[in-house]
Each structure stands twice: as structure tokens, then as C-alpha cells.
Write a protein that binds this ligand. Structure first.
Ligand code: FDA
Length: 576
């Protein structure tokens, strides 16, 4: 007999495991988290927390806790390209939707704002809330292996304090054990791509850099230095962890050579190099080496075992998608597990997790890796790719300051190359336009709407089944709620308008929360935004899953709303 039993065993306490635990406990599902070490993440790693993730955290009731600790959007976006922080500035880009023309896109898309929440601050918020709601968190507990049959999964774990092993039986197991996932290996998930594409070093340090950064507030300062890295090109990132005194450097090393010896002196030398002023006092807090990967799993499930987060999508930090996607994986799976465990859905519903999330994983792995390559446009514009001689490199870069036609051409090329980095730092569509196709979505025969703007850069709100519920502010008495606030909370929600009263009656009978929006009703479309966005008539309906994804819609009142809605919800929850 196993020593411990639970409904869901989660391996890993990073953003994926933490979010899975939080959501499952919020939905009342018993769960245990085992995590290898005696602490949560002790380095900042992920930080860009996009609007979709904030919507998940808002639904889980912890958005305020995150906002209280995060660096807000207005301090995130004056991204600088320079030769060092104290040196020459090559250009800037408004990032994370801080350009005046993108601020409206950002505000219209969501009730939640993007923010910068370092991972070592986010994980305690996720896990503390999860534990407060019922999660059993076991530190110093290492997953070793698993066995599954048709009714359960039994994992063998090692208590690293006592040194002994024991077994945990669960109805389902989630492998959220990161980029070296043992769980994914044990269940043989098919992986595509390559690990170890390039080498990187993280250096966390403290230094008061207010005088070099506060006048151009950003989360990212890109330092292009000649002659300081492989091939004579040095590109370093000085990332703000806490304005303007705590920082994280990302610096490349040649993965084909020996990894550098990460002494404190070495780390300090790089920090001073990128700051461009050796007199600034620097305190090194930690340094570590990691690799850039380009790898994704083609499926995320084997039987009763599911993987999420870096376990199934491994890629560089470009575009800031890793922890965001990990948390969104958890949001997709948690409500499905609850419904199946409660007997409200067949296990077939769980197949939709992989069908919906694996394409997203592949998309973000490719996107993040492409962004790295696109940086070379800046090098090229500066004349950094044509020579490895440091003096010639400097002359090539300085050539743009001349009053010649060639220099004008170079200046234009540099401007365009920096602007092209919108595909790394302003990809609103990549963050919000994910469309699901699975048995848990009922398509209505209409084609997927075409985004009139660039689908990577711009969000396109739609109620097309498989899309995220569009955000609109709805009035309720003296308060204003987002459509996303009316949905979520672990329940299915049906939106309709005047003339759709029969949908309301049908929804209530099926344990679906009905929301009737119209003048004189509890909910009013005060700005008319919902009518503009909903793509169905007043008497139509939009059915939304607990993760605020549209799974069914009807343009108008059906002849038999009870039968139509009943068939729709059955098809989602009990796929044949
Ligand atoms: P994660 O690796 O965080 O967690 C794995 C967990 O499993 C840990 O708790 C570990 O201890 C545990 N574990 C492993 N093996 C185990 C075992 N055998 N038994 C028990 N426990 C085990 N992302 C983003 O969204 N925005 C951003 O801005 C950035 N920026 C960024 C910068 C830098 C420099 C890096 C290196 C990375 C980022 N990321 C990012 C990526 C982000 O850090 C990453 O995607 C997430 O940490 C992935 O979360 P997971 O929970 O999947 O794995």
C-alpha cells in the first residue's frame, strides 16, 4: 500500500506547479506538491507577467498581491540599446505596450495590466495561497519514478532530509518539474528540437544605478559590446529586478568551449563591463550557467500523467513567454481535472489539454528562438558582422554619425532593426490570440476570423469558439466589472442579452451561470463595448468555459435553447 493518497500529485513548485496547486485548491481538489529543494526559486528568472497571466491570477483572487510587489508597466518600457549603461546610447524602443499608440491596445484588451514580477517573488505568492487553500506542500521531496494503471498513478519519492523513499498514490499526476523533466522522460513524451543551442550566464547583483537608468525606466537594457564574446560580438542584457538597485545580467558563453568559472571576480568584471563604470559599487548575489533550448513536446499527456511548463516547452527568455505559458497551461488543465474528478465530465475531456496547449507550446518555442536570431539585424546595421577586429568594429559603428548618404542609410537601417524588435517586446497577438481546436470547443461553421492587423503584434478580440472571451467593461449598480470577472471562478458562464431569456432558464437548469446583459438588467453594457465585440445578436449566446475560453456560441435564440445548450455542454464535457 502506498504511504500517502491524494487526488492530484504535482511534481515541482515553479510557476507551472504553483499555479496548478493554487487553481486545484481554489476549485476544492485535494492535491500534494512535491519539490526537490528546501526552498522556492531563489533567483529572479522570469519576470514579464503578461495580461493573460494576470487574468488567470485575477480569477484566482491573487492579482492584488502580485500588483503590490511587481514593477508597474510605466517603469518597464523604455528599452535601451547602448554600448554600456554609462556609455553611448544607440536607440530605444517603447516596449510592453508603453508606446502611446499601443497603450490603447493594451487597455482595451484586458482588465489586467502587464507587470514585471520576478519569479522569486511570484512563487511564494502562488504557493502560499495554494497552501492556505488546502495544498499540501512537501519540500526536500524528490520525484524518482512512477507507475500507472487504469485507476491511479503511484509515484516513488525520496525524502531528502530523512534519506528514505516512499510512495504517493494519486488519481492524476502533473509533471511540472522544469526543463530537465524526469516525469516527461518517464512517460516518454515525444520531443522535437534540440537542447543546448547556446550557453548563457545569469549574474544577480546589487548596485545603485539610479543615475544611469531612472531617466529611461525599463526592465531591459541591452548592451552591445565589441570584442567581448564569441566571434567578436558581445551582447549583454542588464535586466532590472528592483528599480534601480537590483539587477540580473544575462551574458553569453561559447557552448562549444569550457563553461566559464563563475567566480565572484569574474561576475563583477562582467557587471562593471556592462555598467561601463568600474567605480560603481557592485555586490554579487549569485551567478549560474544555463543553456538556450529549442524543444517542445508534441503531446503533453500519457494516461493519467500530464506535463506542463518548461517540462514540455523549452526556449530562451526572449518575448518573456516561459512562466506565462506555464501558468496558462495550468489554467487550462485544472478545471478539467476538477470536472472529471467530480464525475461531471468523462476522462475524455482531459485529452483536450494536450490538443489545446501543445500547439501553443510549439508556437512560443519557435517565436522565442526566432527573436534571438532577429537581433542580428541590429548588429548588421551597426557593421558588426563584417569584421572581428575591435578597432574596425568601432569605426563601423561610428560611421553612422557622419553626414554622408551612406551614414544616413546606416541610421535608417539601425532604426528599422530596432523597430523590428517589436516582434520580441510587443507581441500582443502572441500573448492573447491563442485559438484552441479540440473536443472541448464546438465550432459554429464560421471561418476563423482574420486579424486585420499583424497577428503576432496585435490582439484580435473575438467570440469565435476556441478564442479567449473578449474583455468589455460591464456596469452593475455602481460597480464596473470585466466580462472576464463575470466568467471564470471554476464555472461555465453563459452570456446573453434581452430576447435571450430562454437561454438563461436553460443555463440555470444545467448549472451554468447565466449573465443577461441589457438595459434595466443586473448587468448593463454601459459603453456598448460588449455589443461591438460579442459577434452575436441580443438573443444569441456565448458559452464560456471556466478558463474564460469560448466553447460555443449561437448567433440568435435557438428554436429549443434547452436542447441546444444541453447538447453543447454534453459535447464539451462528455466527448464521444
Ligand atoms: P521551473 O523550472 O520554474 O520549476 C521546476 C520545479 O520542479 C522546481 O520547483 C524544481 O525544484 C522542481 N523539480 C525538478 N525536478 C524535480 C524532481 N525530480 N522532484 C521534485 N521536484 C523537482 N518566463 C516568462 O514568462 N517571462 C520572463 O520574463 C522570463 N524571463 C526569464 C529570464 C531568464 C534569465 C530565464 C532563465 C528564464 C526566464 N523565463 C521567463 C522562463 C521561466 O523562468 C521558465 O519558463 C519557468 O520557470 C518555467 O516554470 P516551470 O514551473 O515549468 O519550471
Amino acid at each position: 500500500m502506498p504511504d500517502v493518497e491524494t487526488d492530484v500529485l504535482i511534481v515541482g513548485s515553479g510557476p507551472a506547479g504553483g499555479a496548478a496547486a493554487l487553481l486545484l485548491s481554489t476549485y476544492g481538489v485535494p492535491n500534494i506538491v512535491v519539490t526537490k529543494y528546501g526552498r522556492l526559486s531563489d533567483t529572479p528568472r522570469a519576470h514579464i507577467t503578461n495580461q493573460r497571466t494576470m487574468e488567470v491570477l485575477r480569477d484566482a483572487g491573487i492579482e492584488d498581491q502580485v500588483i503590490a510587489q511587481a514593477t508597474p508597466q510605466h517603469l518597464m518600457g523604455d528599452t535601451v540599446f547602448c554600448s554600456s549603461l554609462a556609455g553611448e546610447e544607440l536607440g530605444r524602443l517603447h516596449t510592453w505596450y508603453t508606446h502611446p499608440s499601443r497603450m490603447a491596445d493594451h487597455a482595451l484588451a484586458s482588465p489586467s495590466a502587464i507587470c514585471d514580477m520576478p519569479q522569486h517573488l511570484l512563487e511564494p505568492v502562488l504557493l502560499n495561497s495554494a497552501v492556505a487553500r488546502g495544498t499540501s506542500l512537501r519540500y526536500q521531496t524528490e520525484y524518482l519514478s512512477l507507475q500507472q494503471d487504469s485507476s491511479s498513478v503511484v509515484a516513488t519519492v525520496r525524502d531528502r532530509l530523512r534519506g528514505d523513499t516512499y510512495r504517493i498514490r494519486a488519481k492524476y499526476l502533473i509533471g511540472a518539474d522544469g526543463g530537465r523533466s524526469q516525469v516527461a522522460a518517464d512517460i516518454g513524451l515525444p520531443m522535437v528540437g534540440q537542447m543546448g543551442v547556446a550557453g548563457s550566464i545569469n549574474i544577480v547583483f546589487e548596485a545603485d544605478l539610479t543615475h544611469l537608468t531612472a531617466h529611461r525606466p525599463s526592465t531591459l537594457y541591452w548592451v552591445l559590446q565589441t570584442g567581448s564574446d564569441v566571434g567578436g560580438i558581445g551582447m549583454g542584457l542588464v535586466r532590472c529586478v528592483r528599480p534601480w538597485h537590483e539587477w540580473l545580467i544575462v551574458w553569453g558563453y561559447d557552448i562549444n568551449g569550457e563553461p566559464p568559472d563563475l567566480t565572484e571576480d569574474y561576475a563583477r568584471r562582467i557587471a562593471h563591463h556592462l555598467i561601463g563604470d568600474d567605480t560603481v559599487p557592485v555586490t554579487i548575489k549569485s551567478s549560474s550557467a544555463w543553456t538556450v533550448n529549442h524543444l517542445y513536446a508534441e503531446t503533453y499527456q500519457s494516461g493519467r500523467v500530464f506535463c506542463m511548463g518548461d517540462a514540455v516547452h523549452r526556449h530562451p527568455p526572449s518575448n518573456g513567454l516561459g512562466s506565462n505559458t506555464s501558468i496558462q497551461d495550468a489554467y487550462n488543465l485544472a478545471w478539467k481535472l476538477r470536472a472529471v474528478l467530480a464525475g461531471e465530465a468523462s476522462p475524455g475531456l482531459l485529452d483536450s489539454y494536450s490538443a489545446e496547449r501543445a500547439p501553443v507550446g510549439r508556437q512560443i518555442v519557435d517565436r522565442a528562438n526566432r527573436s534571438i536570431g532577429e537581433t542580428s539585424r541590429i548588429f548588421e546595421a551597426l557593421g558588426m558582422l563584417s569584421t572581428e577586429d575591435p578597432d574596425q568594429l568601432r569605426r563601423n559603428m561610428d560611421a553612422r554619425k557622419l553626414s554622408t548618404p551612406a551614414a544616413e542609410k546606416q541610421r535608417r537601417a539601425l532604426r528599422e532593426a530596432i523597430e523590428f524588435k517589436n516582434y520580441e517586446f510587443n507581441t500582443h497577438g502572441v500573448e492573447l490570440n491563442q485559438r484552441y481546436a479540440s473536443s472541448a470547443v464546438i465550432h459554429d461553421g464560421t471561418p476563423m476570423p482574420v486579424n486585420p492587423r499583424d497577428d503576432e503584434l496585435y490582439h484580435h478580440a473575438t467570440t469565435w469558439p476556441g478564442a479567449k472571451l473578449p474583455h468589455a467593461w460591464i456596469g452593475s449598480g455602481r460597480t464596473r466589472l470585466s466580462t472576464l470577472d463575470l466568467g471564470g471562478q471554476g464555472r461555465f458562464t453563459l452570456f446573453t442579452g434581452l430576447g435571450g431569456e430562454a437561454w438563461v432558464a436553460a443555463a440555470a437548469a444545467l448549472d451554468i451561470v447565466p449573465v443577461l446583459i441589457g438595459p434595466g438588467q443586473e448587468y448593463e453594457d454601459i459603453y456598448g463595448d460588449w455589443a461591438r465585440l460579442r459577434e452575436v445578436g441580443d438573443s444569441g449566446c456565448v458559452l464560456v468555459r471556466p478558463d474564460n475560453y469560448v466553447c460555443f456560441r449561437s448567433a440568435e435564440l435557438a428554436a429549443d435553447p434547452a436542447a441546444t445548450l444541453g447538447a453543447a455542454i454534453r459535447s464539451v464535457l462528455w466527448p464521444s
